[in-house]
Design a protein around this ligand. Structure first.
Ligand SMILES: [Zn+2]
Length: 259
């Protein structure tokens, strides 16, 4: 898959998610950056927050190739419904080296862009017509568009109920964002929730004197499913906390130096 062979896709990519990079380049860049901060495959636990959709799996697999077996925070649309309990469990599974734990979180919403630049449609093996990605966000948006929004908690549709509850205040009454806007709001919510959960856990541990020195990194963004099964990533933010001190980084698309 090349951009030149798919001008509709390339144009849509540049318009909606400028700066998106190939998924494998994104993973290599993140690993290269963290190695400079002392993270390695043997001393780090990777955690991955992605939609449950099978087409997100290449990113999960790429992270595991780089960091080893990963803790899954999979939830519809990538929302972190595992919450404090899930993240606390993951942190306690992170290896300890020289008295420190290290973990890295990859947190992504996702969207498809097909060869002609159509947003939200992707070819899946064995299915003649393109289908939706992210299906959970498309279903939510359809309810907004058709005026059929159901906001009551449905115990048999737990994750979709929580997704709507989390995103509705960001959208505003009566508004119907397009799928790109809705996906960007989603990743913003995912990233905010992760930071808040981390803050809350750290405060709890400090209060009970059980603080464990640790280093954390969060890479958030949008995974994009392009033509021919090739994925890209639009990086949104990098959050690196070393021994409790926050280091903010700009994501660089320069060629990574992978040792
Ligand atoms: Zn999805």
């Amino acid at each position: 898959m090349s951009r030149a062979d798919n001008p509709g896709f390339a144009e849509a990519l540049d318009r909606h998610v400028p700066g998106a990079v190939l998924e494998k380049e994104f993973i290599a860049e993140t690993a290269s950056r963290l190695r400079c901060e002392g993270f390695s495959k043997s001393n780090t636990l990777a955690c991955v927050a992605l939609c449950r959709d099978e087409i997100t799996r290449p990113l999960f697999s790429g992270v595991e190739r780089m960091w080893g077996s990963a803790f899954s925070f999979a939830g519809l649309a990538g929302m972190v419904t595992a919450g404090r309990t899930g993240l606390a469990a993951a942190i306690h599974h992170a290896p300890i080296e020289d008295g420190r734990r290290r973990f890295v979180i990859y947190a992504m919403a996702h969207i498809a862009i097909n060869a002609d630049g159509t947003i939200g449609r992707v070819e899946r093996p064995g299915i003649p017509e393109p289908s939706s990605a992210c299906g959970a966000l498309v279903a939510f948006r359809d309810e907004l568009r058709e005026g059929t929004l159901e906001v009551e908690f449905d115990r048999y549709d737990t994750e979709q109920s929580l997704l709507k509850h989390r995103l509705l205040p960001l959208i505003g009454y009566g508004n119907v964002p397009d799928l790109v806007e809705l996906t960007k709001l989603t990743v913003t919510a995912i990233e905010e929730d992760l930071r808040e959960i981390l803050r809350s856990l750290a405060a709890g541990w400090r209060a009970t004197d059980r603080a464990m020195p640790g280093d954390a990194a969060i890479f958030s963004g949008i995974q994009i499913h392009g033509p021919d099964g090739v994925n890209f990533v639009w990086p949104l933010s990098v959050h690196i906390e070393l021994g409790g001190a926050l280091h903010d980084y700009e994501f660089s698309t320069e060629t990574p130096q992978v040792p």
